[in-house]
Ligand binder design. Structure first.
Ligand code: RAM
Length: 909
């Protein structure tokens, strides 16, 4: 596990400083290898044209050694290199639980930095044998529990007292608490994570969390308390579908507290049968889909402190291991990331109120209540209201989404749940003693502790609101894995929802760790024969074999490489991706095409507003076309991966696969005389266009077919589903039709993203007709229909794109589209190399553009202008400005290469 310190040193007198040191540990899933952390840093300077020419890293075993410039673990020496991200540690083998301190200095084109402030990290328990003690819990329900379609299982409370025998120098707590845990030391909660650890297929892998608890220990007696909730471990719910849903067992835990005393001696406190356990605490039931029930009259004051009388508790039992390997959790845990105030509470009828949070999101309500012992408050959650003003819950299917709180009485009580979350905007409150007021409630927004990395705003209000909705939608669905929706009885990590979405999301959030973790989940779900499911971890067993959903395994790895410059996931997963590619081709090739598809172009706008799926063959795209086109695209990506990993034979193989399928594809689907593929849906024409399948010379006609379909037949509206929308906006812009893309982005009538906004959406819907369709599959908070919209916002409107030849924004392509009607865009993005900014305004013929290019990167800047001489930077002609070099004209753009720094360009006046 990693302890990370971010530091932002401003070094006096120095032109360049090093900031934002980041460490990332690579843990071999088998847990036997030595970990080799990779180190990243950012250069900071107000000077222009700063390029790193060399670095030196020091890694030490103590802070004292580090400050004495002694890198006893690793001293890289001066390394001539411009690399500042993912530099692999090459020092002494790091051991389990070892802590390391590090710093870095750089040499640049503009001078040398001082040493950065120190950062530190610590290694996890690398080997199975490093874990002492045993798994404990109790492998059966309590008498008051019930196992049905709406199972109720009370939380299990565990406690243990121990003695700190001497002065403590360092104490680290390691816990695998399944399905979810809360950990307390001497009555204090350890960490601010919630709903931890991240969910996995527990038969394959389980995540442990680690905490530095040195300051929480007391001399002498100490008490540890843990609470175990169900999470995805105990899923004896929907038990009518055992073939579909995996259940892992009853909650359990493995715990190690490693103590180092000041005199150098060591101690370890472990989970064993000296712990006591009860299920008779306040959390009577906790179920992700149905909610939590908390009986405050059953609270056990002091249970997690020393001296509590636990004679009524039973001995914890030894239980079976979950089966999966122990892995340090490298992705962020969830946390309460924001607190919202409700906007209104209205009385619906006697004893029933409806509260509006003003925003659809995932999380829960914190409530303050004062009442008599036994008063029972119920909170029921939904995304919408019915016309009558009552809560609308039909689209939750059989999820009950209800929290129950039983008041203990006396002073005011404050409560929030521990092991569940809801997707909602509205809350029905019943049984509240007195009249509920806005002050009694807070909305707690819960998602992975991931930084927002981007900001985006334009002169177009519809685009701005859709962007905001997208931001809320994406964060709502980060739950230790990307899930499809947070509200109904599903919440599954569907692969196909993120094929391209993950890339767009990466502009808004630092999603590098959640997606690297997800690739591991996908790998763990791969079958022996190579098959990959549509949902991973495979909590739902959906091994239907198709190309478009599992494709995400490969496109997410590509995203991590392009956006973060991180090749590690590609390296780690390459063989498994290849195995899947081989498996699909081996099993499903017919007449040179890949034939297996399952979902089609999922959720195209249907012909009538109540339908979920269109029945009109004219709107549907041939599954063989979708599968084969996607397979061609994936072969190209695999070809690139193979080259990057130094596997030229594989690269050649993938390239010839792509060519062969391409030929069969055009043969079967392309009508050259019409410039159309298959039945001429937008998606049927678009995929060959963007995947480079269309024969030379025929592109223009295919573009025309798409344009006609959208503008004439659809009267300027979108006609694509989940697959087509992944390429729609970029496909149009790349082929000179940004005008059409802009029209689609600005629409407010059906079907469009703006139509959702027009109808009160504060997130993105699962269906284009989400306000009218059958509730059987109609979530109000799904991100798959975003397609490539967010990518288009940042790359094509904001003008911030990583150059494919230099991933991780080491080189940036800044090329905003000039579109009639759009007068300004302002985007910023915190890349791994630092903050990038683009802020342009257009009026008449004049174009003003302020940009920031981070240190140790370069940008190619495309400025609308008739000639280079018409472009100024500040008050000077751009060509002679510091850090700016004219490269050439490209159509109506003057192209400049710029080094790092802030620039202010203008043209056309
Ligand atoms: C539904 C969900 C999900 C989608 C699958 C195919 O259950 O909408 O997002 O990926 O179907």
């Amino acid at each position: 596990m990693l302890f990370l310190m971010l530091c932002a040193t401003q070094l006096m007198g120095q032109a360049v400083s090093v900031v934002n040191l980041r460490t990332e540990l690579l843990v071999n899933p088998v847990g036997i290898d030595v970990t080799l952390p990779r180190l990243s840093w950012e250069l900071k300077s107000s000077a222009r044209g700063v390029e790193q020419t060399a670095y030196q890293v020091l890694v030490a075993s103590t802070p004292e050694k580090l400050s004495g410039n002694e890198g006893d673990l690793w001293s890289s020496g001066r390394v001539s290199s411009d690399v500042s991200v993912h530099v692999r540690y090459q020092g002494t083998a790091l051991k389990s639980n070892e802590r390391a301190y590090w710093k870095v200095k750089v040499w640049t084109s503009r001078g040398e930095s001082a040493w950065s402030s120190p950062a530190n990290f610590s290694i996890g328990l690398l080997n199975y044998v490093d874990w002492k003690g045993r798994w404990i819990g109790v492998d059966k329900p309590f008498p008051w529990d019930s196992e049905t379609q709406w199972s109720r299982l009370s939380a299990r409370y565990l406690r243990k007292e121990f003695e700190a025998k001497k002065a403590v120098k360092r104490a680290t707590a390691y816990i695998i608490g399944l399905g979810m845990y809360e950990l307390y030391l001497n009555g204090e909660k350890v960490g601010d994570q919630v709903l931890a650890p991240a969910p996995t297929d527990y038969f394959k892998g389980v995540k442990y969390n680690a905490f530095d608890v040195t300051s929480m220990l007391k001399p002498g007696k100490n008490a540890i308390g843990t609470v175990l909730g169900n999470g995805r471990y105990y899923t004896m719910r929907q038990d009518y579908k055992p073939y579909k849903i995996k259940n892992f067992g009853h909650p359990k835990m493995l715990f190690n507290l490693l103590v180092e005393y000041a005199d150098g001696s060591k101690d370890v406190v472990v989970s064993d049968d000296s712990w006591k356990l009860t299920g008779n605490g306040p959390i009577r039931s906790n179920n992700e889909y149905d909610g939590e029930e908390y009986d405050a009259t059953k609270e056990m004051p002091g249970w997690n402190k020393t001296g509590f009388d636990d004679k009524d508790w039973q001995k914890a039992s030894f239980v079976q291991e979950p089966g999966g390997t122990y892995e340090a959790q490298m992705n962020e845990n969830m946390k309460v990331m924001a607190t919202l105030k409700p906007v209104s509470i209205k009385k619906l009828k006697a004893n029933t109120y409806i509260m509006d949070m003003g925003q659809n999101f995932a999380g829960w309500i914190r409530m303050r209540v004062k009442g008599a012992k036994g008063d029972t408050v119920k909170l029921r959650f939904g995304e919408n209201l019915q016309a009558s003003g009552e809560l609308y819950v039909r689209n939750l299917r059989d999820a009950r989404s209800t929290d129950t709180y039983i008041v203990k009485g006396g002073a005011q009580e404050s409560w929030e749940p521990s092991f569940i979350y809801h997707g909602f905007r509205f809350v029905e409150i019943t049984g509240f003693p007195g009249t509920p007021t806005l002050n009694d409630f807070d909305g707690r927004v819960v998602y992975d502790e991931i930084k927002t990395t981007g900001e985006f705003v334009t002169s177009n209000l519809t685009i701005n609101q859709v962007y905001k909705n997208a931001w809320w939608g994406v964060l709502s669905n980060y739950k230790g894995m990307p899930v499809d929706c947070p509200q109904r009885n599903e919440r599954q990590p569907w692969l196909g929802d993120r094929t391209t979405g993950s890339y767009g999301e990466s502009f808004m959030f630092d999603n590098s760790r959640i997606y690297a973790k997800w690739l591991d989940d996908i790998h763990q779900s791969q079958k022996e024969d190579g098959s990959i499911p549509d949902v991973a971890p495979a909590f739902w067993r959906y091994y239907g074999d198709n190309v478009t959903w599992p494709a995400t395994y490969i496109t997410v790895a590509e995203m991590l490489y392009r956006q973060y410059g991180d090749l590690e996931s590609v390296r780690e997963h390459y063989d498994h991706m290849k195995k899947w590619m081989d498996y699909m081709a081996g099993k499903y090739t017919q007449d040179g095409l890949i034939t297996k598809d399952k979902y089609g172009d999922w959720c195209v706008p249907p012909e009538s507003k109540e339908l979920i799926h269109s029945r009109d063959p004219k709107r549907q795209t041939d599954g063989v076309l979708l599968a084969s086109a996607t397979y061609i695209r994936l072969s190209f990506i695999m070809e690139e991966f193979a080259r990057l990993l130094g596997k030229p034979e594989d690269a050649g193989d993938f390239s010839s696969r792509a060519s062969a399928i391409k030929a069969a594809f055009n043969q079967k689907f392309f009508d050259a005389s019409k410039g159309q593929y298959s039945n001429n849906t937008i998606t049927a024409n678009l995929l060959p266009l963007v995947y480079d399948i269309v024969p030379e010379g025929a592109k223009e006609n295919v573009v025309r077919s798409i344009a006609d379909k959208i503008m004439v037949e659809n009267k300027g509206h979108i006609g694509t589903g989940v697959i087509g929308t992944q390429w729609l906006m970029r496909g149009l812009s790349r082929n000179g039709r940004s005008d059409i893309a802009y029209k689609l982005a600005s629409n407010r009538d059906y079907p469009s993203w703006g139509y959702m906004v027009e109808n009160g959406a504060t997130t993105i819907w699962e269906l284009w007709n989400g306000n009218t369709a059958d509730p059987a599959m109609n979530s109000g908070n799904h991100v798959m229909l975003l397609g490539d919209l967010v990518i288009w916002y940042y790359e094509n409107l904001g003008g911030i794109k990583s150059d494919p030849s230099a991933p991780g924004f080491k080189k940036i392509i800044m090329k905003p589209e000039v579109i009639e009607g759009l007068n300004s865009a302002k985007a910023s993005y915190q890349s791994v190399h630092g903050m990038i900014r683009s802020d342009w305004k257009r009026s008449g013929k004049s174009f003003n553009w302020n940009i920031t290019v981070p240190s140790n990167t370069k940008a190619l800047v495309y400025i609308p202008a008739a000639a280079a001489g018409k472009v100024k930077e500040g008050k000077k002609s751009a060509s002679s400005a510091e850090g700016v070099k004219f490269v050439g004209m490209e159509g109506d753009r003057a192209v400049f290469e710029v080094g790092s720094g802030d620039y202010s360009f203008s043209s056309g006046k």
